[in-house]
Design a protein around this ligand. Structure first.
Ligand SMILES: Nc1ncnc2c1ncn2[C@@H]1O[C@H](COP(=O)(O)OP(=O)(O)OP(=O)(O)O)[C@@H](O)[C@H]1O
Ligand SMILES: [Mg+2]
Length: 401
C-alpha cells in the first residue's frame, strides 16, 4: 500500500445511525472521506463523479437497495473494493452481500482499529489482484461443470448470443479440444479451428487470431472452434491458450470459454485467466456434489467468491431434490436457474440457440437474464428508487488532514 489515504465514499442506507458509523471509521489518516451520503442513488451518482478507492456501505439489516448498489458497483466498477458495515445481519443476508460483490462485511459496533485493519486488507488485496491482471481487459467468463453433459455448451452458446444481442462484441473459445461441439451447437462451419491456428507459421497476434475466428452469422459472435479430430488436441498448449485469452480480452467486450468436463490443466489455466466463472449443475446428487467440488476448487485457487455464479440447469425437473437439499449439498443456493425445455435439445440438433429459435420461451429468457447480469440492464433499472421521504442533499466533505 502506498501510504496515501484511501479515498472512501460512505453510503448510509435509510435508517442507519450516522453517529455509530462515524464512530467505527478510523480517525487517523487511513481514509479520506469523499462523501458520507444517505441513499443508494446519491451514492451511485457520486461514485460516477469522484475518484474513489473504496465504497463503504452501512445498513441496519436486510436491504434490497444495498444489494442493488453493491451489485451495480461490482459490475460497473469491478476493481472498486466494497466493505459493508451492518448493524444486524439476518439469516442469509451475509451470503447475499457476498454474492452481490461485497469484499468484506463488518458487524457494528466495531473498534476503529479493527475496521482500519479490515479496510486496509481489502484494499491491499484488490490492488494486488489488479496488478496481476490488467483491469482494462474485458471480462472473461469460464463456463464450468465438473461433470460432463450438464449444459456447459448450451449455456455458453446462448449466453454468447444474448450478450451479442445486447450489443456486445463476443468471442468464444471452445476449450473442449478433444470433443468440442460448440460449433455444432451454434451451426458454425469449422472452416478453421484452434488446431489450424496452433500449427500455422509465425507468431500469434490479434490480426492473425482474428483470421482464425469463425463468425456466427445470425448474432455476430466469433468462435474459435475446437479441432475436428481428437488427435489434433496435442499441439494446443496452456501457454498458447493463455496468449489467446489475453488477445481476445483486448479485442472483444466479452470472452466466453466453453469448458471441458473436469479440472484439466487447460481448464485450470482458463480459470486462472478469467474474471468470472459459472459453475453449472443439473438436479442430481452426483452433479451437485461435483458442483460443490468445483466451487471448493475455485476457493482453493484463491478465486474471488463474488465472481463465481452457481447455475442450476434443468432446474424445474421434478426429481425430489428441494432447494434446501441443493443448498446443503452445494453449500450455497443457486444464483441462476435454467429450466428444462425440450426445445433446447431441438435447438442443439438444429444448430440454432434457443435465444434465437424460441426467444419468448422461459429457457431463452433465463439466458437473457444471465446475460444481463454481465452486460447489465441500465444502472437506473438496477438501483431502486428511494422512498418518497425527502433525502438530505448530497454533502461532499472537505479533505481531512
Ligand atoms: N435446460 C435444458 N433443457 C433440455 N435439455 C438440455 C438442457 N440443457 C442441456 N440439455 C441437453 O443436454 C445436452 C448436453 O448439454 P451440453 O452439451 O451443453 O452439456 P456439456 O456440459 O457441454 O457437456 P460436455 O461435458 O460433454 O461438454 C444438450 O445437447 C441438450 O440436449
Ligand atoms: Mg460441452
Amino acid at each position: 500500500m502506498d501510504g496515501s489515504p484511501i479515498k472512501t465514499l460512505v453510503s448510509l442506507d435509510n435508517g442507519t445511525d450516522e453517529m455509530a458509523v462515524r464512530a467505527a471509521l478510523p480517525q487517523d489518516n487511513t481514509i479520506q472521506l469523499v462523501g458520507l451520503l444517505r441513499g443508494a442513488k446519491e451514492s451511485w451518482a457520486t461514485l460516477q463523479e469522484s475518484p474513489t478507492d473504496l465504497l463503504v456501505v452501512a445498513c441496519t439489516g436486510y436491504s434490497e437497495r444495498v444489494l442493488s448498489l453493491i451489485g451495480a458497483t461490482a459490475r460497473e466498477h469491478p476493481t472498486l473494493p466494497v466493505v459493508v458495515l451492518v448493524q444486524s445481519s439476518p439469516d442469509g443476508f451475509l451470503t447475499r452481500l457476498f454474492e452481490a460483490g461485497a469484499d468484506d462485511v463488518i458487524r457494528l459496533p466495531e473498534s476503529p482499529e479493527r475496521v482500519r485493519f479490515m479496510i486496509q486488507k481489502v484494499v491491499a488485496r484488490r490492488r494486488a489482484s489488479a496488478t496481476g491482471s490488467d483491469a482494462s481487459q474485458s471480462p472473461l467468463i469460464c463456463v464450468l461443470g465438473p461433470k460432463g453433459g450438464v449444459g456447459k455448451t448450451v449455456t455458453t452458446a446462448n449466453l454468447a448470443v444474448a450478450l451479442a444481442q445486447a450489443g456486445k462484441r463476443v468471442a468464444i473459445v471452445d476449450l473442449d479440444v478433444q470433443f468440442g461441439d460448440l460449433a455444432l451447437c451454434l451451426g458454425v462451419r469449422p472452416d478453421t479451428t484452434i488446431h489450424d491456428l496452433a500449427t500455422s507459421p509465425g507468431s500469434l497476434d490479434a490480426e492473425k487470431l482474428e483470421a482464425y475466428l469463425m463468425t456466427h452469422e445470425e448474432s455476430g459472435v466469433r468462435v474459435l472452434v475446437a479441432p475436428t479430430r481428437p488427435d489434433q488436441a496435442s499441439g494446443i498448449t496452456v501457454e498458447f491458450l493463455r496468449e489467446i485469452y489475453a488477445i481476445l480480452r483486448t479485442t472483444h467486450d466479452f470472452v466466453l470459454v466453453d469448458g471441458a468436463p473436469g479440472f484439466t490443466p487447460d481448464v485450470i489455466a482458463a480459470i486462472d485467466s478469467s474474471s468470472h466463472s459459472l459453475i453449472l449443475s443439473m438436479l442430481d446428487t452426483l452433479s451437485l456434489k461435483n458442483a460443490r467440488l468445483g466451487l471448493e476448487t475455485l476457493e482453493l485457487m484463491g478465486y474471488d467468491p463474488g465472481a463465481v455464479k452457481f447455475v442450476l440447469n434443468r432446474a424445474n425437473s421434478r426429481v425430489g431434490i428441494s432447494d434446501e437439499d441443493i443448498a446443503a449439498i452445494v453449500g450455497r443456493p443457486a444464483d441462476f436457474r435454467i429450466p428444462s425445455d425440450v426445445e433446447i435439445t431441438r435447438s442443439v440438433n438444429e444448430g440454432r440457440p434457443i435465444v434465437l429459435s424460441r426467444p419468448k420461451s422461459d429457457a431463452a429468457q433465463a439466458f437473457v437474464k444471465l446475460a444481463q447480469q454481465f452486460a447489465g440492464p441500465t444502472v437506473e433499472d438496477e438501483v431502486p428508487h428511494e422512498e418518497t421521504v425527502p433525502q438530505p442533499r448530497r454533502r461532499l466533505l472537505p479533505r481531512r488532514t
